[in-house]
Design a protein around this ligand. Structure first.
Ligand code: TRP
Length: 455
């Protein structure tokens, strides 16, 4: 198959503007990884020292793989299974794996999305105002074990996703992302200003950004590469699927840089929004749910206009999660449309039901199934482990192999330069990084993430 044949295939919808595409992809990238993972791992891995290593990882490795996955997706012009397997059918397997993994990811991501709706309502109704940290903790504890209640909020969150996806690429994804992403940025800036002006905020900034090279080890580099990978939604079919709806008249390298810069900026700012506030109140930062759903609400309960800023934070959190989860749903919906010739609406509804059912075990794992462990992991963590530690690095590796070892070099070059329409000076660097360095690093990430290799 040559390029022209692929270009004229069918009459698929396409993103209307480059801005819309970038906002959609950045929307996928900006999510829980930026808000509750990045600030924390930066703090424990040596602050500013980690930021430097992270920046190198994200611009050298993250951007390289992002471009690779988008090139595969756009060249395929179809679903992710077709895209990976277009020249060698064996690579349909990682395509398929990515689709399963991203659906599993969505099934637990949604639950957290649902939590943010509950918190938004609670905070706006003043429930956190003036209460002690212990009380906040028990609100959280009582909420997450109440599975029927959590299920309702999960369903609401999921339903919003379904509606956006039913509306399609331009009217749904592009429109929502183009409005939400700039708004999200404004919310974030306001939160940063609020946080930095709290008395005692300085300590937090110091903990967060002061370079401490003594904490830098081999595992720091693996952590940085792993974070770069997760935060850019790589190895999960989302980039390839979105790019399949992008016109050949757009420059992929340019889009890649815009997305990487946006995502990095949001991650750095999220740290500045959260950590100074945490330190101002003398609490020590932890990772994940505790930080966002216990520490922050108790701070919002103590500062002037806390309910207002708290509502803003959870709105921010909700939208960041939403623009990520719609990209997860779109992967399998695109597949059903292309491969099973299904209508978009039907595909979106079927996949939403699948996601909901798949979400039952992780949801229950906070409640009455909390005792169930498989391979020593609770059900929620087990899902996360399969997606983040196993599937993502393997699919990322497959992407590098596809473009540099399966495709002709010229095919790759034509795709990333839109048949020489755009000059891409870094082509050889990108190509060789993808061909040699990326596979080695991803194998290393895979081996350490799965505990096979200890460093
Ligand atoms: N990038 C998302 C975040 O930072 C997480 C993520 C990983 C993701 N893989 C994805 C989102 C695939 C959408 C699609 O939270």
């Amino acid at each position: 198959m040559n390029n022209t044949e692929l270009q004229t295939k069918g009459s698929r919808e396409q993103f209307k503007t480059r801005f819309g595409f970038i906002m959609a992809v950045a929307g996928s990238a900006v999510g829980l990884g930026n808000i509750w993972r990045f600030p924390y791992i930066t703090g424990v891995h040596g602050g500013g020292a980690f930021v430097i290593i992270y920046l190198v990882s994200i611009f050298i490795i993250g951007a390289t793989i992002a471009l690779t996955e988008m090139a595969i997706g756009r060249h395929g012009g179809s679903d992710v299974v077709e895209a990976y397997g277009q020249y060698d059918k064996r690579f349909r397997i990682p395509g398929f794996l990515s689709m399963i993994a991203v659906t599993v990811l969505m099934s637990f991501y949604n639950i957290i999305g649902g939590w943010s709706i509950y918190y938004f309502i609670q905070i706006i109704s003043g429930k956190f105002t003036g209460i002690s940290s212990g009380e906040v903790e028990s609100i959280f504890g009582n909420f997450i074990v109440n599975s029927p209640q959590v299920a309702i909020f999960t369903i609401i969150f999921l339903a919003v996703n379904t509606i956006v996806i039913v509306k399609g690429i331009t009217e749904g994804i592009e429109r929502v992302s183009s409005i939400v992403m700039p708004a999200l940025f404004v919310l974030l800036i306001v939160l940063v200003i609020r946080s930095l002006t709290l008395p005692g905020a300085k300590e937090g900034v110091i903990w967060y950004l002061k370079p401490d090279f003594s904490k830098v080890t081999g595992s720091t580099i693996v952590a940085a590469v792993g974070q770069a990978f997760f935060t850019l939604s790589l190895g999960s079919g989302a980039m390839a699927t979105y790019a399949s709806y992008l016109s050949k008249d757009e420059s992929l390298p340019k889009a890649t840089y815009s997305v990487v810069i946006t995502d990095t900026l949001v991650a750095l700012l999220a740290g500045l929004a959260i950590l100074p506030a945490v330190f101002a109140f003398g609490v020590s930062p932890g990772e994940g749910p505790g930080l966002v759903f216990v520490t922050l609400p108790s701070i919002f309960g103590k500062i002037p206009f806390g309910a207002f800023f708290g509502a803003m934070f959870f709105a921010f959190f909700f939208f960041a999660a939403l623009t990520s989860s719609i990209s997860m749903l779109e992967v399998s919906v695109t597949y059903l449309i292309e491969k099973k010739k299904m209508e978009r609406k039907k595909a979106a509804i079927i996949m939403s039901i699948v996601v909901l059912l798949l979400g039952i075990p992780p949801l229950m794992s906070f409640g009455s199934w909390s005792h169930i462990e498989i391979f020593g992991l609770g059900l929620f963590d087990l899902y996360d482990y399969f997606v983040s530690n196993i599937s993502m690095p393997l699919v990322g590796l497959a992407g590098a192999l596809v473009i540099c070892w399966v495709w002709d070099k010229q095919v790759a070059k034509d795709e990333v330069t839109s048949n020489s329409k755009f000059e891409f000076r870094l082509f050889n660097i990108w190509y060789n990084l993808t061909k040699y360095l990326v596979p080695i690093l991803l194998i290393l990430v895979f081996l350490t993430a799965t505990g096979i290799l200890k460093i």
